[in-house]
Design a protein around this ligand. Sequence first.
Ligand SMILES: [Zn+2]
Ligand SMILES: [Zn+2]
Length: 182
Amino acid sequence: MPRIANSKIMTSEELRLHKQKLRRKKYENKKAKIALMPPEDQQKIREHQNEVERKYWRRKYDTGPRQPAKTPEERSAYKVQWAREKRQRVRIELFNRYGGKCVCCGISDYRWFTLHHKNHDGGVERNHTRLNAANRLYHLIKQPKRDDLELLCYNCHLAEDFFGGCPHKDPTSAYFISREAT
Ligand SMILES: [Zn+2]
Ligand SMILES: [Zn+2]
């Protein structure tokens, strides 16, 4: 005979909790039963459970054969290497976007790549955005090409900012580059 007196209508939240409780009870009963078994049987059951779980996750994410574990040193070295390569890719991309050569001397190697603020307001921008050197690059790569920036090599940029003009533009200098000729 159904026990109508004890039954009541549960809300969905109550039902969820009730089912959870039942599941937990079932699990605990199973655990207690296993704990009473001889150790070799326990070991077998544990291996079986591990295998089932492994199969489940493999099927879910298909991670392929397991990679050998990295030591903390290897992991940090990998991270450094990864960040360096990413920075380099971004630098090359920006270098090509801003013309691919120094506008002053024409050097076209990305390793000398810097961006010069034509209005000398780089400090203002740095204070405003509060980004470090690498993050400034990542910030720039998301924007279209800006007109207030120009590509200069390290040499020309330094001379431009420290001395207000590059020797390449100074006719008295031995390194003067004539604009008309180029
Ligand atoms: Zn240059
Ligand atoms: Zn120059």
